[in-house]
Design a protein around this ligand. Sequence first.
Ligand SMILES: Cc1ncc(COP(=O)(O)O)c(C=O)c1O
Length: 394
Amino acid sequence: MFAKRTNWNLAPNRLSEALATHRAAGKPLLDLTVSNPTECGFNYDGSAILNALSNPAALSYEPNPRGLESARRAVAGYYADRNEDVSAEDIFLTTSTSEAYSYIFRTLCDPGDELLIPSPSYPLFDFLADIQDVSLVRYPLDYFKRDRKAVNDHGWQIDFHALEQAITPRTRGVIVVHPNNPTGHFAKRAEIAKLNSICSAREMAIIADEVFLDFALEENRPASFAANRGALTFTLSGLSKISGLPQMKAAWLIVGGPQPWKSEALARLEVIADTYLSVNAPVQLAIPKFLEQQHAFQKQVISRVRRNLAELDRQLATQKACSRLTVEGGWCAVLRVPATRADEDLAVELLTSQGVSVHPGHFYDFSAGEYLVVSLITPEETFAEGVRRILSNF
Ligand SMILES: Cc1ncc(COP(=O)(O)O)c(C=O)c1O
């Protein structure tokens, strides 16, 4: 009766079963996997947010496939503040970056066409691709540890040799998560130049997911792909992370790159977007005000991420078994732990014996069983105690 694309194995994994049992028993939990910013104790300007939703202009319907111009201008303003030149005409509003992905996948791919995705990266891609009949092919991000002479870890880099080897005649584009979730790796200038040359030479697109772009830990703001001109580029972002408002379902995609590809992509996307017209009027009208919330929200998040990282480093310095990988940005840290058992077994054990919830690395496609992923937006006391219990396990 059902389409093969929905033949998912929906049985809960051992960790989610253990978590459900733990919660049902009412046991206390130190949750180091939190990613919903509205549940992490950040302060929001509640009245500004709710007032923004009661604009009388929402009483009339002005359908526009790209979304209301006032909202798109505000989004263009967000990029202008970063010195990135983006025209409101190149922006499409969507209800989430997931929806933006689906528009792009539909614009680029016939069933069975391929897109390259980074590995490790976050797990939602598999479902998005299945739903759109797209095949995902992984390209590795390699981690280079500090050598004895170097001052800093070399961190993450795209393995371009493997990326090029993964390209087939069916490859339509390369997805870049900038910075990546959970590695926190930003694509560097040289990497962007190389991606441009690979993609433009083979008539492939770049799809850049920048939901965490503003959460860089270094002082120098990394450039956005939104003004990239070297290849057909789709840049995705939204208010879930920028202003910590995932419940408002306000996101966008931006089309950039050389003609005639850019005009062709805009025209095709316009038909898809016009078919759905999915973003509601009150939210579109509120986008300028929601964007204003970014400064207060990001300040709190960045200071919590820095404090949690400092606490993590303080505790790591007291032992030798575990370490963490370099973090350039984003909301996660990757811990390297002794590979004495499968990472899922370890996560289940941490839950049952320590009451701590973490993500095993394989959720994010880490191959070896020696990684755990923890959320750096976890409230600080919970984070510090959770880390203490994780480290006490080794
Ligand atoms: C890299 C990345 N992209 C996109 C999303 C989803 O964003 P949205 O709420 O706009 O669909 C997430 C959610 O965590 C994410 O980690």
